[in-house]
Design a protein around this ligand. Sequence first.
Ligand code: WT7
Length: 648
Amino acid sequence: MTDPEAVETREESVYQPSPEFVRRANVRGMEAYRALYARAERQPEEFWGELAERELFWFEKWSHVFEWAPPFVKWFVGAKTNASYNCLDRHLATPRRDKTAILWEGEPGDQRAISYFELHRLVSRFANVLKARGWRAGDRAVIYMPMIPELPVAMLACARLGITHSVVFGGFSAEALKARIQDLEAGLIITADGGWRRGREVRLKETVDEALIECPQVRDVIVYRRTAGAVSMKAGRDLWWHDLDEGASDVCPAEPLDAEHPLFVLYTSGTTGKPKGILHSTGGYLAQCVATMKWVFDLHEDDVYWCTADIGWVTGHSYIVYGPLAAGATTVMYEGAPDFPHFDRFWQIVEKYRVSIFYTSPTAIRALIRQGEQWPDAHDLSSLRLLGSVGEPINPAAWEWYHRVIGKGRCPIVDTWWQTETGAIMISPMPGAMPLKPGSASFPLPGVQADVVDVYGKPVEAGKEGFLIVRRPWPSMLRTIWRDPERYKSQYWGRLPGVYFTGDAARRDAEGYITVLGRVDDVMNVSGHRLSTMEIESALVRHPSVAEAAVVGRPDELTGQAVCAFVTLKKGAADHQQLGEELRRWVAHEIGGFARPAEIRFTESLPKTRSGKIMRRLLREIVTTHSVTGDVTTLEDMAVVSRLAAED
Ligand code: WT7
């Protein structure tokens, strides 16, 4: 601190919120943040109880705020509520009745503005459709849809009746979809003929048909007509949404459900080949979603809020659907690609709808940086007042560009750290409270006891790298892994005794700012999407020519990490170049296009420990430092090196 140069560089990279921003902010100044944090620390029951009472509707109140029987937690014990009621009905008795809930733009340029009143009507009708088909609380529905308003309508209709939904991202393949339907034992599928992406039809129903060949328990497939492309409808199983909707009543009361009722399961990749069904419940999840809308996005009644994520990921669940709607916001939804028809589609939408809060991923920002400032500069972005980032670390250069070129130096940036498992934002600036440091997610939110610790669970010194952990349960925490409580225990609560293990590395500076550095496990982050090395390896070895595969993340300027696969072949497999292409396509077929390896490297052998474990760490080193080129001889040398390393 005494080094004047260090002080200078530090000051250079700190951004103060403007006095105008602070004046209107929901949380003003560092002292206000500290007071909130301290209260949540000292009196968690009172803190969350008051918040839940103020921000949400409850059919019946709780007996106590939480019950912690490590590692299982319940929030708002004994209370009755309903997520759909909180997102819709509650607003109808207020001036929000005619406010726009969803501002939707289709990729071809079609648009819809749906008021809370109208959304309530659509959801009630579809809930009646589901009810009439015999679906009820406790059943599971898989939703596989494009980014159209009927996707949140389907989610909210399920939530209205207590049907647990699992949205599967439209980019997943039939194989991946099938695995999720089977694991969830879902009997109901809600889908569409297709959606639009870069001018082409993504034929979702076709994928569903392929997935369902091995899902005999599926009784109903409800198909919304979006693209009017050709589909085949299987008699006795497949039903058109519009046929069922005809004559459905507009009145469908929301079921009073237990606060712990499972709202949704969302699959995410872990460190094995099998995806994990992350289970979220109702009351606590909604409470933290709404709280973070106000704290982090500084939501005001007149904001037009846009999160560019896909609803198939947790970001879309919490920050396109449940958070914004429970908070009574206007939430923008866009169907297609950011570069279609041109690189200014985002900025065109911001200008057109006067978006005031804009939330996107570092990968999207970096991709737009590449295209040049002329694209944003051609649009009036003066409606923007706050920017957000999520999904992966944002490098300071991208942060500065975002701040200068998109925010015109006026808009604070909230770098929000969280996970599918955490349900809602955990570490983030409150934009009117704290000065920002590019690349840092800054401070834990009230009620979040985040820490950076060493392998023994001891807090590390300022400036040192360690594991990011959370000490106490928070309201929107995952409740378990679907049908696998043992994996839940060991994965999250068994690594370091008594604390939640995030799988991320982080560093905290002398002022307490946390910078999240990336994963410490066999999980990759490609364009903000979580991918498991093991899952891709399993996909590769299912190919008839592949003997073994090892997958690692390689640093990539655009996507953060890129998938790099080392492959050994069975005898007789030839023509590497063609096979490389085929294997890339194969992975896309087995998992989805977004998991397609950037690179396939063929090798004679893989470096392994004596017990036969592939040493991914060595391979990571190879692809990161480039100190070893990927030819056969060197890799064999590496295998020797690894064997020696394992022996001492
Ligand atoms: C992983 C969670 C949170 C919704 C989208 C991703 C990484 C997320 C940040 C951030 C640095 C971040 C972490 C985390 N991550 N946000 N602001 N800074 N890293 O959800 O697929 O569950 O992935 O994304 O590594 O563990 P997810």
